[in-house]
Design a protein around this ligand. Structure first.
Ligand code: AMP
Ligand code: GLY
Length: 336
């Protein structure tokens, strides 16, 4: 098979590396890829990953059998829909399903409606009302931009002043653009975080091995929140019993909810969870593999990633066995 990976990060390198392992893989392409990936994939830098028409044309011209979409922006922009419309198989959720990450307000409302455990919250499009809520609730409290902000639109405020400043910055500053027109303000959850990624065909969902990423920019868990500076797996905070609990209380109810909402969810569902004193609660959903989590999860996957991804696309994941090695993996992010 000819396989095209969309994206340019460490995550996409890990995806390409694991896809390359499959006996079904004949040739790998990446749009745009990166210099690390160039050793295993033909990188096509002149096409933008969010230019749906150009990606579809490339896939047709090159007889691509499977497209694997890494980042959220092309998923939110409907790349999987555009490929499917031309009969090209693509791993990842369609545009309507990708909204589970694209709008925090949507995902929080979904969790409330279907009883999926998460922090208490309110959504505001008016800054004065948001400020009044912060004052009424007090700190610690969490302020989030509603739209896509690459994991960076969140302020965990330990004081009321910090929370008020975050509301002003997100809603009135320039930094977040459209993502900042609404804020979600939520209850602070104390606990340890874990990332549980899962393969799903929209009906069956299978958790991957749990991992943990390190959010703070600097050593010693200091500095601002980031999209993740490193990760390891498996995460001891999530032993098999907790993964089973999360599958039952979070993953399965979420894909059933998405189906009921007419947003059948296929691909990788990423549940960011807080393990609190009263069980695991959802911090966020992402519509894609985590970065850097993928770099530690996929090396522990035994077997054929192409087979698993095709089963997700074709709707027969229930027939595929997914096995994990007993080892451990760690990754460190080097950032400018
Ligand atoms: P998010 O983009 O929603 O995943 O938030 C980014 C990070 O902020 C999370 O990974 C957590 O470390 C932290 N965070 C988000 N929401 C909460 C919350 N309600 N309580 C405590 N920490 C949170
Ligand atoms: N590592 C966090 C994320 O992928 O969103």
């Amino acid at each position: 098979m000819k396989i095209l990976v969309i994206g340019s990060g460490g995550r996409e390198h890990a995806l390409a590396w694991k896809l390359k392992d499959s006996p079904q893989t004949e040739k790998l392409y990446a749009i745009p890829g990166n210099p690390g990936m160039a050793a295993i994939a033909e990188c096509v830098q002149q096409i933008s990953p969010t230019d749906n028409a150009a990606v579809v044309a490339f896939a047709k011209e090159n007889g691509i059998d499977l497209v694997v979409v890494g980042p959220e922006a092309p998923l939110a922009g409907g790349l999987v829909d555009a490929l499917a419309a031309e009969g090209i198989k693509a791993f990842g959720p369609a545009k309507l399903a990708a909204e589970i990450e694209g709008s925090k307000a949507f995902s929080k409302d979904l969790m409330k409606k279907y009883g999926i455990p998460t922090a208490k919250y309110e959504v505001f499009s008016d800054a004065a009302a948001a400020r009044a809520y912060v004052k009424a609730e007090g700190a610690p409290i969490v302020v989030k931009a509603d739209g896509l902000a690459a994991g960076k639109g969140v302020v965990v405020a330990m004081t009321e002043e910090e929370a008020l400043a975050a509301v002003d910055e997100i809603m009135e500053g320039e930094a977040f653009g459209a993502a900042g027109s609404r804020v979600v303000i939520e209850e602070f959850m104390a606990g340890e975080e874990v990332s549980i990624l899962a393969f799903t065909d929209g009906k069956t969902i299978r958790a991957m091995i749990p991992s943990q990423d390190h959010k703070r920019a600097y050593d010693g868990d200091k500095g601002p929140n980031t999209g993740g500076m490193g990760a390891y797996a498996p995460a001891p905070v999530a032993p098999p019993a907790l993964v089973e609990e999360v599958t039952r209380t979070v993953l399965e109810p979420t894909i059933r909810a998405m189906e009921k909402e007419g947003r059948l969810y296929k691909g990788c569902l990423y549940a960011g969870l807080m393990v609190t004193a009263d069980g695991a609660k959802v911090v966020e959903f992402n519509c894609r593999f985590g970065d850097p989590e993928t770099e530690v999860v996929l090396p522990l996957l035994k077997g054929d990633l192409v087979e698993i991804m095709l089963a997700c696309v074709d709707g027969n994941l229930a027939d595929v066995e997914i096995l994990w090695s007993t080892g451990a993996a760690v990754t460190v992010v080097l950032a400018a």
